[in-house]
Design a protein. Structure first.
Length: 673
């Protein structure tokens, strides 16, 4: 959908910074190509050698990938490291401590408020917290394969709870703290999580987020759907602080327990549940083009290798680095590049609870200066928002420690790329634009910063083990310079294995479009130098501030409103967010439209999904443009959502059942003065 790439200069090139190349793990294009070739042609050696850096309780007998992507040949399946038994939490913590990194800082926890109780945790301290959590979960009766829902703010308890699940073989399902009670309930019920870990609340800038009260409501909603949550563990984040009275919640005796009481008396050591390579590690819900969110299922060993390898090579991780990923653990970026990738590498990182604009617009840069961050990873939407405040908030902070800047979540427009490079990076840092998905678990396309000259706006080349192709509409692979649908020919190690409880939907959602390929849902160009340029989603998924939102989800929230008969949602280009949410709404027969409905409809979406999905625009549509067979012509709706809708060529509208609806939509336009 994004049209950023249309006016891009595809020949502009930024050379590898020489001081980076000197120390990098991969120092030249030749070296990258040789390693890439080995990863594809001889995965047994390439991935096998890398995997042997980890602890295996039982060694694997085969590296893989063993897979079938062709539905005609039977069910889609994939596996890596068959026969092996290992444990992610062990490899993140115990293994590093055994190597002598016990006293090394693992996490610098930076709170929302500048003067709050920031704290730092060594690897040994994180292990102790994880073990207490793991013992408490075991005492609660949680065993291997059970799902645990986690609805927490960005405090150290969040990665610790994830690692505790991994340690005992339980499957975590983290739900981003911005989701509503309705969304949380749906995810709890789908996963059948008897235990939910939450917090009383958290301050986001100056506003409280009522996590516990939302959890209470979600548990009620779950019960109405026939599922009972047995235990709610509540981290007392605001308890005993000056903000304590900002949060209000119930306390259900017998169900609720404060986290301190839950883990307090547990021992600080805990045995490890050795799990098979393909045992599930976690599920994470994401949006698709149809229906309810999909529970993307990741397994153990392949995910471990994928996140470890990309952290090491894409971020060119070195022992003296301090890493700062601004994502929330509620999204895949936080899973792979806060909880797992950095810890597997024994890295020191910053965990940030707050927002980039509190107390001032330079909070990210203050944090970078405070902890001497070397590697900073954020989303283009944040860069664009911060660009608006000018250069001074950046340059007043000492950012000389930075050497590498990452970008993720949506295509980065070259203007933002160059500002990031020049102003934040002082012209000396490498930029890694990383393209990947919840489904792929780790980076698919990204430059190796010591080897690849970058083109602003391009995610450059495939990572090791990633075999991409670009297909035309008929599913034929295109060669050389081309544009089409981006697919994978084979699974990289960290690829999702299924959708939780619905393998058929998994096959239909990803493998039905092109026989024998995984379809990413993204459009992509390859230029004459072989660089890849993402052009945006090709399905009905929109990308709002780096958050993936299915238009179908917003539509079903809108039609749940009493007088709404029908809704159609599309994305439109937005300066800061990348894409905004534009909703066409038809009311029930005989209902009068009134602008006072707008805030109510927006509120409806906030309640059913979360504030991050709040519509930007509501457009009253007495009728929607439909073909004679009743299909909504979204291409027409996308054009009418543009600011210059009056001069847009709507293309062929002759197949519309009632072409006059288009004129009515223009006459009703919310953007008309
Ligand atoms: C988009 C986030 C262009 C893409 C890690 C993808 C990107 C979806 C980039 C996945 C990028 C992510 N350049 N587009 N560097 N990174 N995307 O699952 O459309 O939240 O399919 O994973 O975001 O979003 P998800």
């Amino acid at each position: 959908m994004s049209d950023f790439n249309q006016e891009v200069d595809m020949s502009e090139m930024f050379k590898v910074p020489e001081q980076l190349r000197a120390k990098a793990h991969v120092k030249s294009m030749e070296e990258y190509r040789a390693m890439y070739k080995a990863s594809i042609e001889d995965p047994e050696t390439f991935w096998g050698d890398m995997a042997r850096e980890f602890h295996w309780e039982t060694p694997f007998t085969k590296v893989g990938p063993t897979f079938n992507f062709d539905r005609a040949k039977g069910p889609v399946h994939m596996s890596w490291f068959d026969g092996g038994k290992t444990n992610l939490a062990y490899n993140c913590l115990d293994r590093n401590i055994e190597k002598g990194l016990g006293d090394r800082m693992a996490i610098h926890y930076e709170c929302n408020d500048m003067d709050d109780q920031h704290a730092s945790f060594t690897y040994t301290q994180v292990l102790e917290l994880v073990c207490k959590f793991a013992n408490a979960l075991k005492a609660e009766g949680v065993t291997k394969g059970d799902r645990v829902s986690i609805y927490l703010p960005m405090t150290v308890e969040l990665p610790a709870a994830m690692l505790a699940c991994a340690r005992i073989g339980a499957v975590h399902s983290v739900v981003f703290g911005g989701f509503s009670a309705d969304a949380l309930a749906g995810r709890i019920v789908d996963a059948q999580s008897k235990v939910v870990i939450t917090a009383d609340g958290v301050m986001r800038a100056t506003k409280p987020v009522q996590l516990k009260s939302i959890t209470d409501k979600a548990c009620e909603l779950a019960e109405l759907q026939g599922f009972k949550v047995e235990r709610v563990v509540c981290v007392g984040r605001l308890k005993g602080t000056p903000y304590a009275d900002q949060v209000k919640h119930d306390w259900v005796e017998g169900r609720d327990v404060w986290c301190n009481d839950f883990i307090g008396s547990q021992p600080a050591t805990c045995g490890v549940e050795w799990v098979a390579s393909e045992d599930p590690l976690f599920m994470l819900y994401t949006s698709g083009s149809t229906g309810r969110p999909k529970g993307v299922l990741h397994t153990t060993a392949g995910y471990m290798l994928g996140t470890f390898a990309t952290m090491k090579y894409v971020f060119d991780y070195q022992m003296e680095d301090t890493f700062f990923c601004t994502a929330d653990c509620g999204w895949i970026t936080g899973h792979s590049y806060i909880t797992y990738g950095p810890m597997l590498n024994g890295a020191t990182q910053v965990l940030f609870e707050g927002v980039p604009t509190h107390p001032e617009v330079d909070r990210f840069w203050k944090i970078c200066a405070k902890y001497k961050v070397t590697t900073f990873y954020t989303a283009p939407t944040a860069i664009r928002a911060l660009m608006k405040s000018g250069e001074e908030p950046v340059t007043r902070n000492d950012l000389s420690s930075l050497r590498l800047l990452g970008s993720v979540g949506e295509p980065i427009n070259p203007e933002a790329w160059k500002w990031y490079h020049r102003v934040v990076g002082g012209g000396r840092c490498a930029i890694a634009d990383t393209y990947w998905q919840t489904e792929t678990g780790s980076h698919l396309l990204a430059p190796l910063v010591g080897a690849v000259d970058c083109k602003p706006g391009s995610a450059c080349f495939p990572f090791f083990g990633v075999e991409v192709a670009i297909l035309d509409d008929k599913g034929v692979e295109l060669e050389g310079e081309c544009s089409g649908s981006l697919v994978l020919r084979r699974p990289p190690p960290s690829m999702m294995r299924s959708l939780y409880g619905d393998h058929q939907r998994f096959e239909e959602a990803y493998f039905s479009q092109f026989n024998g390929y995984y379809f990413t849902g993204d459009g992509c160009k390859r230029d004459k130098d072989g660089y890849y340029w993402l052009t945006g989603r090709m399905d009905d998924v929109i990308n709002v501030s780096g958050h993936r939102i299915g238009t179908a989800e917003v539509e079903s929230a809108l039609v749940a409103f009493p007088n709404v008969a029908e809704a159609a949602v599309v994305g439109f280009p937005h300066d800061i967010k990348g894409e905004g949410i534009y909703c066409y709404v038809t009311l029930n027969e005989g209902e009068e439209y009134d602008d006072a409905l707008k805030p109510k409809l927006k509120q409806q979406v906030r309640e059913m999904i979360g504030a991050f999905a709040t519509p930007d625009e509501i457009h009253w549509a007495p009728g929607l443009p439909k073909t004679r067979s009743g299909k909504i012509m979204r291409r027409v709706l996308r054009k009418i959502a543009l600011p210059d809708y009056l001069t847009q060529d709507l293309g062929d509208t002759s197949t519309l059942a009632d072409p006059s609806v288009v004129d009515v939509l223009k006459a009703n336009h919310p953007r008309a003065a």
